[in-house]
Design a protein around this ligand. Structure first.
Ligand SMILES: [Zn+2]
Ligand SMILES: [Zn+2]
Length: 174
């Protein structure tokens, strides 16, 4: 199981990191990978996303919401929790993590800016049948979210298989 940092620890660290690196991609200023703003020529300036219509990155919170089809991020995580069997943990580049099934963490998501970058996403879930069956798959964020889509399909397949096996066991016992 991947260790997920307690959100409050990570939020404290986030504030310190802000002073050393690019505020958008969180890399050191020297290796900033942010695009140049077509309007002002700024690089790694969060204002450009809010004021100059700079397109958020492929692995940003905004891109994730677009992919799910629900925004803002808090409603997006809530929708996943209400309508899907799996849960998603968004692990931000700075280590903050937000689990769609945790009310507290979903509430934290309100603080996220649309341009903030997601590092990895963990697809996780249980079978809801009192068994200890558990699923977990970690994928990189972004890139059209195809890895995430695949991981969510893998979850469905694995859950289906688990349910079939459980049914067969029940029949054997009967
Ligand atoms: Zn940057
Ligand atoms: Zn700009």
């Amino acid at each position: 199981m991947t260790r997920i940092e307690c959100p409050s620890e990570a939020w404290d660290r986030y504030v310190t990191q802000h002073e050393e690196g690019c505020e958008v991609c969180l890399n050191h200023i020297d290796s900033c990978e942010c695009p140049e703003c077509p309007k002002c020529g700024g690089v790694g300036d969060s204002d450009c996303y809010e004021k100059h219509d700079l397109e958020p990155a492929h692995d940003s919170v905004a891109s994730f919401c677009d992919w799910v089809g629900v925004s803002p991020i808090r409603s997006c995580l809530k929708a996943i929790d209400s309508y899907d069997d799996d849960g998603l943990v968004l692990v931000m580049r700075d280590g903050r993590s937000l689990h769609s099934a945790s009310d507290k963490e979903v509430k934290y998501s309100e603080e996220l800016k649309p341009w903030e970058r997601i590092g990895r996403v963990i697809v996780t879930g249980i079978a809801w049948d009192d068994s200890d069956w558990e699923y977990e798959e970690v994928v990189d964020a972004g890139n059209g979210w195809s890895a995430l889509e695949q991981a969510r399909d893998n979850f469905k397949d694995a859950l289906e298989k688990h349910r079939l096996l459980t049914e067969m066991e029940v029949q054997d016992e009967g």
